[in-house]
Design a protein around this ligand. Sequence first.
Ligand code: ZN
Length: 154
Amino acid sequence: MQKIFLFLLVTCITFLTAQDFKPWKPQIDKLSSFEKHVLIDKGTERAFSGKYVHTTKEGVYRCKVCGAALYKSSDKFDSHCGWSSFDDAIPSAIKEIPDADGRRIEITCANCGAHMGHVFKGEGLTTKNTRHCVNSISITFEEKHKKLMESEKK
Ligand SMILES: [Zn+2]
């Protein structure tokens, strides 16, 4: 009996601790294995394989895990690097963390911690001198509704 109690206690503590480190855990079951590989295990999709690499439509890019708005299409540019590139993020939406490789800076969703890619500065590609190199599989694109765009012009 004591052993069972101890087992339950350890399971509980493990579960609670895991929740602390991975706030997006409740969504994990909804992700495909490749999405988990990139968003949680910080993997990288192959260059030019992402669905948004050449997307130029107007809209907002959201975190695949929690839905937070991260990037605006107006900040997207063609860097020819093979991944979706933005020279800015929506304020406070992205967190920059020194990468485990000791060289690069990792970018994650500030809301849930999901891995987006890396940020590179000083390349001189745009006036903002910044390139957020984002895996398409980490984000979802929400196209701006045409009617909304028309009403904004008035
Ligand atoms: Zn998120």
